[in-house]
Design a protein around this ligand. Sequence first.
Ligand SMILES: Cc1cc2nc3c(=O)[nH]c(=O)nc-3n(C[C@H](O)[C@H](O)[C@H](O)COP(=O)(O)O)c2cc1C
Length: 219
Amino acid sequence: MSTFLHISASSRTANSHSRRLGQRASERIRAAHPALKLCRRDLAQPFLPHPDEAFVEASLRPPLDRDANDRAALALSESLIAELEVSDLLVIDFPMYNFALPSSLKAWLDLVLRPNRTFRVTAKGKIGVLADRPAICIMAAGGRFDGPQAQPDFATPHLRHALQTIGIASSRFFIADRAGRAERQETDRDFDRWIGGLLTAVGPGPAPHRQSLPSSEPR
Ligand SMILES: Cc1cc2nc3c(=O)[nH]c(=O)nc-3n(C[C@H](O)[C@H](O)[C@H](O)COP(=O)(O)O)c2cc1C
């Protein structure tokens, strides 16, 4: 059965804008593709560990040289990668914290991007090992990215590049800026239009398996 992996990263739950939009996306996807099995990964409940010494040493050791301790140190990383490997579609919702990704999502990336596992290091740079699949990425931010108060965005380029590094090139981003302000209804309307366009592009069919998203960024 095809699987859809929904990842959430906000430290907030009930009042989280990114989770609210991620949930909206999830409902639309499940309505469009009822055969997709949902796999849920919450990166804030509980938080993932940082990469510790045992993990780093084990991940750098050639697989045939690893012992039981190394395998134990890599077990969580392996299960997160396995969730990715079987997914045909990803939704990742997250907040901007200090112009960047929240550490919950960074910890996931640190556990999932592994040399000689999810990417290979070649003379031409890092080459992803995983099959491409659509990744719908939704970021909530309290501030704005245009006008006199414009702030830099180190979050979406980072996530886009990290996904591409492991082979997931078909990522699309929706930025819900000024989250929590009066513009919420307008944001929701824009979001519904955006997600509707993406779902039309990856359907119809039993599952959006390895199809690409359209190349233009609607927002
Ligand atoms: C620790 C922290 C740092 C933040 N840094 C930024 C920031 O750099 N830029 C911004 O626009 N909003 C920033 N915010 C606001 C959040 O992005 C905003 O509240 C967003 O709605 C959080 O996502 P959530 O509603 O899904 O929890 C920050 C919030 C927190 C808690």
